[in-house]
Design a protein around this ligand. Structure first.
Ligand code: MSP
Length: 518
């Protein structure tokens, strides 16, 4: 079985409903999956929810529900949002499902038998919202004496627990990261992890006493403990594709090709996770890519702090593809982005309404007006300098997309597509079809209009991973004849595939301008 291109997103905590930050990862992951499928590869996109641990237990308690009932009440919000945003995921895993919990237990057992887990006393400063301990040094070094991550109060706790021997694998991990330059991306995160690993690595406390927390996966060798939520959740990336259950399937999916995370969860993914895999005798993912944060007025989006925008509200107001486009175009993937409605409207009005929408509308209008709605036959392909410029740009587009996508540069990919759109808009001005029509130069007019229609066909395929609905609408309005889903990536650079003689079906403008002030 050929290897499937495996993409993962983090599993989202179900203590609150999804916000822009969550949707960002899933949109980026979906765009990559669609791009790979367009290139003819099989892609498998996994997402899901992280449902154990103290945070969930507390949120459930506040609502008077059991943790499972509470999780059940939140999960549909994620499922529905992914549907609304056209996230083409192949599997949605919940960490409370038996297919996950039973394998987590087996993995614990394996590591225990192997001697990588041991019992010991743990004493430290615990932050409940972050579900993590801080050492004495870390707390005394911090100016506030509070959690280093969320700056909230920490509590002193000593308890008997099980530990995972991270320290045993530290030298191996450093060497692995150094010899695999694409393992942790972007570069800034790779360096961050390497400098973290320059200090001795503490073993990881991977259980919680039931007396303090009962909402977790059973520990097969201790009745008094449950599994630490991070240890449980990370394993989803292998439980979903069938680890210890369906060897053949697992072998065709694992290792993951791209694991998307936010920069705040780099350490579990770039330190605990590779060591867990190595200890289990498994290959490591090819790349862990940590993107930045979306900030609103300088603050990280956070439901619990009341800094959030509901993606559903934005989509209702401006449409799915405007939202997807904005997130992928506005910020460099890997860096932080600033979210504001003004910035979104600006992008919508300029890139989507003025550039793309206008090109589609004016091209189809001219086909209607001058050729009775039938795509004209060009006279001679590339007979003028301007034609040649447009055609060469279109032919060069696939390689530009490939190199930008290879670097997860979504903004760069979109800007190379917009280069073609803008070139086509200029082409309309310089070739002045209205003058050609007035002067009765029908042959030249046919060529110009065909070239514009052909550009639309190319743009439609090129944007399909990022804006699937818009791509489809352009395709349908052009009435190409073959389904868009059947297109291959190479069709982008293959000038002249649009068959003359088809009857277009012009619709409403794709992106009406937003005139009102926000
Ligand atoms: N449950 C863990 C992940 C376990 S993966 C095995 C978790 N969940 S989370 O719901 O808190 O966050 C999930 C993801 O959302 C993280 O990658 C985080 O970086 C991302 N985002 C949360 N807020 C964000 C922004 N404001 N901007 C961009 N992404 C951010 O952590």
């Amino acid at each position: 079985m050929p290897k499937i291109f495996y993409i993962t997103t983090p599993l989202y905590y179900v203590n609150a409903s999804p916000h822009i930050g969550h949707s960002y990862t899933n949109i980026a992951a979906d765009a990559l999956a669609r791009y790979m499928r367009l290139r003819g590869e099989k892609a498998f996109l996994l997402t899901g929810t992280d449902e154990h641990g103290q945070k969930i237990e507390e949120a459930a308690k506040a609502k008077g529900l059991s943790p499972k009932q509470f999780a059940d009440s939140i999960v549909p919000a994620f499922v529905e949002l992914w549907k609304l945003l056209d996230i083409s995921y192949d599997d949605f895993i919940r960490t409370t499902e038996t297919r996950h919990t039973e394998i987590v237990e087996k993995a614990l057992d394996l590591l225990h038998k192997k001697g990588d887990l041991y019992a010991g006393d743990y004493s430290g400063w615990y932050c409940t919202p972050c579900e993590r301990f801080w050492t004495d040094t870390e707390i005394s070094d911090s100016a506030s004496g509070q959690c280093l991550e969320c700056k909230r109060p920490v509590h002193r706790i000593t308890e008997r627990n099980y530990f995972f021997k991270l320290s045993k694998y530290q030298a191996w991990l450093i060497d692995y990261i150094k010899t695999h330059p694409r393992f942790v991306l972007p570069e800034i995160r790779r360096n961050e992890i390497l400098s973290f690993l320059a200090n001795p690595l503490q073993d990881l406390c991977i259980t919680r006493p039931k007396s303090r927390l009962s909402w977790g996966i059973k520990v097969p060798f201790s009745d008094e403990h449950v599994t630490y939520v991070w240890f449980d959740a990370l394993l989803n990336y292998i439980t979903a594709p069938g680890f210890l259950k369906d060897e053949k399937r697992f072998a065709s999916i694992w290792p993951a090709d791209m694991q998307f995370i936010g920069k705040d969860i780099l350490r579990p993914h770039a330190v605990y996770w590779p060591i867990m895999l190595h200890a289990l005798g498994l290959e490591l993912p090819r790349t862990i890519f940590a993107h930045g944060w979306w900030l609103i007025e300088g603050e990280k989006i956070s439901k619990s702090k009341g800094v959030a925008v509901n993606p559903i509200d934005v989509v209702e107001k401006y449409g799915i593809d405007a939202y997807r486009y904005f997130l992928l175009r506005e910020a460099t993937f890997g860096g932080d982005g600033v979210y504001s409605e003004e910035a979104l409207v600006l992008r919508l009005n300029s890139d989507l309404a003025n550039d793309l929408g206008n090109l589609v509308y004016r091209t189809l209008t001219m086909i209607e007006k001058h050729f009775g709605g039938i795509v004209p036959k060009p006279d001679k392909i590339g007979c003028a300098v301007d034609d040649e410029k447009l055609i060469q740009l279109a032919k060069g587009l696939p390689s530009k997309i490939n190199s930008a996508m290879g670097a997860l540069n979504y903004g760069g990919t979109l800007s190379s597509i917009w280069e073609l759109i803008n070139c086509a808009n200029k082409y309309v001005e310089t070739s002045a079809p209205w003058t050609l029509a007035k002067q009765g130069e029908t042959t030249r007019l046919s060529t110009v209009i065909y070239n514009l229609a052909e550009t639309l066909r190319i743009v439609s395929i090129a944007i399909s991973p990022f804006m699937p609905q818009t791509a489809k609408r352009i395709w349908e309005q052009l009435n190409v004849g073959t389904p868009l889903e059947k297109c291959k990536f190479d069709d982008i650079g293959n000038w002249g595939l649009l068959k003359p003689g088809g009857k277009i079906k012009k619709g409403l403008p794709l992106f009406p301008r937003i005139e009102k002030k926000i």
